[in-house]
Design a protein around this ligand. Structure first.
Ligand code: SER
Length: 309
């Protein structure tokens, strides 16, 4: 039975990956976060752990003795712009503390997600390449690009099997995301389901890379449990879509849904990112594959809200 430690376990990805790991792996999970979990999951222990605190991180690793680590604690793009110092401390220092503890405590495998936010405005807008990424202009992007360098260093210097994927905007309902720039997608669908008008903080034609959470989780676990991977980082994306296109899909089911576009500071963040990213290496190296296109995603989200509100 593999011992898995998760940081940021109450977040959008953390709360979902626990379920997928339990379904696919014979494991014991220690979930950690700085807030108490909303629900007790059978077979999952919980421990308070702030990744910024190195001594605490070391003591949790010493006690639990994890074999695999999923380091998901991070401050995302929109929140990141509000406090660059905290964003640096959580995302960069936190990642250093986790990488260091992984080496000290003999962790076999670590997952540290990255993001489309590592790309900057000078990268090609369509099909942005996996390699040769540009200079990010958000604090989130800067800290995640630094994390990519740090885990490559830990791999080269300490032979730590650390793997990563650059997530696009992730659409999901279990823990609704609010801290990112791509989160309008979830909020728009929820407003439609509730019969409410939605005020969107991006322009209607701002296309960004996106995918639905079940595809993100299945592909993450598939990549993590390959015996070997060619690359430390892979790009993830199912479709490139704008708020206006999501609105149109919703209107096929809810014709009187209304969206007003009032761009705010998040528009500049979105404008600095590519509209689509190249996923060829993910497909060729280990068979990245998505089941949900944009329409299936919106339908599944609306079905979920229809049955739960
Ligand atoms: N979903 C993230 C954000 O918008 C991007 O990876 O911050």
């Amino acid at each position: 039975m593999v011992r898995i430690l998760i940081t940021g376990s109450n977040g959008q990805v953390g709360s979902e990956i626990i379920e997928y790991l339990r379904k696919t792996t014979d494991c014991t999970i220690l979930a950690t976060d700085i807030t108490q979990p909303r629900e007790q999951v059978e077979g999952v222990q919980f421990e308070y752990m702030d990744v910024k605190e190195r001594v605490l991180v070391e003591s949790v690793f010493r006690k639990f003795k994890p074999e695999h680590v999923y380091h998901l604690a991070a401050i995302l793009s929109a929140t990141g712009e509000k406090d660059p110092v905290i964003t640096h401390n959580v995302n960069t220092t936190g990642t250093m503390n986790i990488l260091s503890a992984c080496v000290t405590h003999g962790v076999q495998k670590a997952f540290i997600p990255s993001t489309i936010g590592v790309y900057g405005p000078e990268i090609q807008k369509e099909n942005a390449p996996l390699e040769n990424y540009s200079t990010p202009t958000t604090m989130y992007g800067i800290t995640k690009a630094t994390s990519e360098m740090l885990f490559k260093y830990y791999h080269a210097r300490f032979d730590l099997d650390v793997r990563s994927v650059r997530y696009p905007g992730l659409i999901s309902y279990k823990v609704e995301p609010t801290a990112g720039t791509t989160d309008f997608s979830v909020d728009m669908i929820k407003h439609a389901a509730l019969g409410k008008k939605y005020i969107c903080y991006l322009k209607s034609d701002t296309r960004l890379p996106m995918m639905y959470m079940p595809d993100a989780m299945i592909n993450t676990i598939k990549m993590m449990y390959q015996e070997k991977v060619e690359k430390r980082i892979y790009n993830f994306m199912a479709y490139s879509i704008s708020p206006g296109e999501i609105e149109s899909i919703i209107k096929e089911r809810i014709p009187d849904f209304h969206v007003e576009y009032v761009p705010d500071y998040r528009q500049a963040i979105a404008d600095s990112w590519p509209a689509s990213i190249n996923i060829e290496d993910s497909v060729n190296d280990w068979g990245f594959d998505c089941t949900y296109d944009a329409k299936k995603t919106v339908d599944d989200m609306l079905d979920h809200y229809a049955s739960s509100i």
